[in-house]
Design a protein around this ligand. Structure first.
Ligand SMILES: Cc1ncc(COP(=O)(O)O)c(C=O)c1O
Length: 381
């Protein structure tokens, strides 16, 4: 019997992580910079709140009204918007919110545009849901982000556009004017925007704007995974226009019944722990500065100009034409785990690597030493 999804692409970060874990099991040290998650866990006080909730609070299918109110309030604090709590649809991570949005918004077979390089699950989930990804080739001249001009020339226009700012794997952000221009062209051409704002809160001193400021008909997806350091708790949300609230709730109930209960208690408490979370963001900024200062001295000059998230996307085409093999060799020789660009770009990705710097600063310093030593040994041999 045929399997419809057999063609789904591998996730190379997972493969490198598996190799890194095998190495750890052999008792060898590893620095994990291959994955897309903070090395810190949820705030201490939030974990405490989770313990208390386990002892006495609701355990069944449940949705926290207080959490939805608190999330809606963020849009006032960060972006001067005033959505109602009902516009917040809780989900299993931003991943769950994406599935809900795609199921709700697009007919099977519709084209949805998205940047390449970009987060691989966007492309692969589109395919899994019977939609057609239309990749926009984004290079250094636009800081690897799509522009309004790219959307203007798509003929016929796609049904949707997925944007990610700050992006994974480049960490580059769409500025206010760029978001405004994208919103305008999409409105004029009837293109629905899904704005992935998973990395909001993690920006290097810059203010991130939400697409909802410029296009109230967009669907914004966000998550407790990254800023709140809660990847394994599987909680996120979609912010939807008022006219989508009822249908989105119906989809959500049918597909997932309810968001994870314990995670909702923990997330609500985590939202009060800004001081601890901002310390992590300060560490990421410091780590980025260290890498940007050190890599050119190691011969890695061309990097995307990251302004947020915790990724550095670097061109290593002068060192290899197969960055997956290069990452495997580096890991085996040094214990430093990085990811190949192939996860993010099926055309040019073999020329790139992604370094995830959501680790401690001593680990970053050690990573620079290991990489430098390995590159020197390679060029000498
Ligand atoms: C751009 C982007 N969107 C969504 C996700 C998935 O997030 P979640 O853990 O909330 O499902 C990730 C995870 O790395 C991501 O990088």
């Amino acid at each position: 019997m045929s399997i419809a999804g057999a063609g789904v692409e591998p996730f190379y970060a997972v493969e490198i992580n598996r190799l890194a874990n095998e190495r750890s099991r052999r008792g060898l040290p590893v620095i994990h910079m291959e994955g897309g998650q903070p090395s810190a866990g949820a705030p201490r006080a939030a974990i405490e709140a989770g313990h208390c909730a386990l002892a006495g609070a609701e355990q069944g299918y449940w949705e926290s009204g207080a959490l939805k109110e608190r999330i809606a309030a963020i849009y006032g604090e960060r972006y001067r918007l005033a959505p109602g709590p009902s516009q917040v649809i809780l989900s299993m991570g931003a991943s769950g919110a994406l599935v809900l949005a795609l199921a709700l918004l697009f007919e099977r077979g519709s084209r949805v545009a998205l940047p390449r390089p970009g987060y691989p699950a966007h492309r692969n989930v589109l395919r899994a849901m019977g939609l057609v990804p239309q990749e926009l080739d984004c290079g250094p001249e636009t800081r690897f982000q799509p522009t309004a001009a790219m959307i203007t020339v798509l003929d016929p226009p796609p049904a949707g556009l997925i944007l990610t700012s700050p992006s994974n794997p480049m960490g580059t952000m769409l500025e206010r004017g760029e978001l405004q221009a994208l919103a305008a062209v999409c409105r004029a051409r009837g293109i629905r925007i899904i704005s992935d704002e998973t990395y909001h809160g993690i920006t290097c001193g810059r203010r991130a704007h939400s697409m909802h400021e410029f296009e109230p008909d967009s669907v914004v997806i966000n998550s407790f995974s990254q800023y709140w350091c809660m990847t394994g708790w599987r909680l996120g949300w979609a912010l939807v226009p008022v006219d989508l609230v009822d249908t989105m709730n119906r989809y959500s109930a049918n597909m997932f019944l309810a968001p994870p209960t314990l995670a909702q208690h923990v997330a609500l408490a985590a939202m009060d722990e800004q001081a601890e979370l901002e310390e992590h963001v300060a560490t990421y900024a410091k780590n980025l500065d260290l890498l940007v200062a050190a890599l050119p001295g190691l011969g890695i000059m061309r990097m995307a100009p990251a302004d947020g998230a915790f990724y550095l996307y670097a061109d290593v085409s002068h060192l290899t034409s197969d960055s997956l093999a290069w990452c495997r060799e580096l890991l085996e020789a040094t214990g430093l785990a990085l990811n190949t660009g192939r996860d993010f770009d099926s055309i040019h990705g073999s020329n790139f690597i992604r370094m995830s710097f959501a680790v401690s600063t001593p680990e970053i310093l050690q990573a620079i030493d290991l990489l430098g030593g390995w590159l020197r040994r390679r060029s000498d041999s």
